[in-house]
Design a protein around this ligand. Structure first.
Ligand code: ATP
Ligand code: MG
Length: 436
């Protein structure tokens, strides 16, 4: 255990002697920090405040990875931060943050939070005293989740400040929660999902004491609002490492907390295709992201919830309900149960249902019907879904092949997003969104 961690965690009080890693001893270069993030850091410093890069940005830079975004921590209050920038907005009610906007990039600036604030909030004693809300950098460091997420890059001398042995854990590839793991998971059960996610993303191991409570405490996720879990599900499955995240979640028994119906359906082992479909679907998502192609949550959720839906639809069909109607009814049932755990915005649940119900319409290959289906706005996604089902061994590969051939006959490229095989000029220019 690094020497300084013991000191911090003994009585859960901040210490004042962190390890400072000077510029010559670490690999963070300003060349790898975005222009807007640097501007924010320098402006705060010029105004007389402390300014640090913190969280995933520092962690990823130290690992030689490209950070997803840059977060800044400062001793300036949100009002003081706002006053430094023309393009800043205070957001959030629970934790007030400042968003500084530079074109499409937003830099999130947070004032150091105090430990007291956290306690006041937990005990539900009504209004939080403004005095207690903000703290020192030491306090801010200790209320973060993992040691590797609690490193600060100080713009005043380009050093990295380490209050918790995060550097050593980074080098060892270890995810270690700050403080007592069980307490930290009870405070915020989403930290269990974050452990699985960072393990998948970084290829790190979860340190033994941090790992141990997860299997016991996974059920606490039931108390987390479904809208927050939706955000976490997107981070888990739409970040380029979905297959690995899925495997970690299942290993720790967390997947079933997010998708109980899917977990239940996957536990029936009479066929292999349900698991194959999920894995291939997630592989697809990872591949598309690696190629810079867009992915939609509608397709992701369609994949994840297909097996529970298919099983119900199969039963309905056995009772004489036609396939299309069975898919509709099963879809309503499955979505209704799922959103009690993880919210799915309507802008995604509607196309998801279409992807599902179009599976029935693929069986109509006679007359004008195929041509009409081709014009359906969801045809492309539904066709990709059919291919996936066929690949997994659940749908008839002959049917999938028929639709591939049919598109080619119609002069469409089945692999090119339903676009004409030869490039043709657009007849109408695309409508521009009005500038905000
Ligand atoms: P990513 O690469 O996904 O952005 P990140 O570590 O930056 O990873 P964020 O969700 O952007 O994750 O959070 C930024 C930082 O805020 C974290 O690194 C961590 O220090 C702190 N943090 C975020 N969520 C929590 C939490 N639930 N509990 C404690 N600290 C948290
Ligand atoms: Mg981040």
């Amino acid at each position: 255990m690094p020497p300084n961690r013991k000191a911090i965690l003994q009585d859960n009080r901040p210490i004042v002697t962190p390890t400072v890693i000077s510029r010559s001893e670490h690999n963070i270069s300003r060349a790898n920090i975005s222009e807007p993030a640097l501007k924010v850091l320098y402006r705060l410093k010029k105004s007389g405040y402390q300014a640090h890069l913190v969280g995933g940005g520092v962690r990823d830079l130290l690992l030689g990875r490209e950070p997803k975004d840059f977060d800044v921590a400062t001793d300036a209050t949100p009002e003081q931060v706002k006053a430094c920038f023309g393009n800043a907005r205070i957001i959030g009610r629970r934790f007030r943050l400042v968003h500084v906007r530079f074109g499409r990039e937003i830099i999130e600036v947070a004032t150091f939070r105090s430990m007291q604030f956290q306690q006041t909030e937990q005990s539900d004693e009504g209004m939080v005293l403004r005095d207690n809300e903000f703290g020192t950098i030491e306090e801010d460091a200790l209320r973060r989740d993992f040691t590797v997420n609690a490193l600060y890059y100080n713009i005043s001398d380009f050093s990295v400040i380490d209050y918790s042995g995060g550097m050593a854990d980074l080098e060892a590839g270890l995810l270690r929660l700050l403080g007592d793991p069980e307490t930290r998971y009870r405070e915020d059960p989403v930290r269990m999902l974050r452990a699985a996610r960072f393990a998948a993303k970084l290829g790190f191991n979860i340190e033994a004491a941090t790992e141990e409570p997860i299997a016991r405490l996974g059920h606490l996720l039931a108390e987390v609002p479904s809208a927050r879990l939706y955000e976490e599900v997107l981070k888990l499955f739409i970040s380029g490492y979905a297959v690995s995240a899925f495997e970690k979640l299942r290993h720790y028994g967390l997947f079933g907390q997010l998708f109980p119906q899917t977990e239940e359906a996957l536990s029936h082992e009479e066929h292999e295709f349900p698991l194959t479909l999920v894995l291939k679907g997630l592989e697809n998502t990872d591949r598309r992201l690696a190629q810079g192609k867009p992915v939609t949550p509608a397709f992701l959720f369609a994949v994840l919830l297909w097996e529970p839906l298919r099983r119900i639809a199969e039963e309905l069909q056995a009772d004489g309900v036609p396939f299309y109607q069975a898919l509709q009814e099963a879809g309503s049932l499955v979505i209704g149960r799922q959103v009690q755990r993880v919210a799915i915005p309507r802008r995604f649940s509607i196309p998801m249902r279409e992807i599902w119900t179009l599976q029935a319409r693929f069986h109509n290959t006679k007359g004008k019907r195929p041509l009409r289906l081709l014009a359906h706005p969801r045809f492309r996604a539904a066709y990709d879904f059919l291919l996936l089902r066929a690949e997994a061994g659940e749908a008839d590969p002959e049917l999938a092949a028929w639709w591939t051939r049919y598109q080619e006959e119609q002069g469409l490229d089945p692999r090119g997003g339903g676009k004409p095989a030869t490039s043709r000029r657009r007849r109408r220019p695309r409508k521009r969104r009005p500038a905000k």
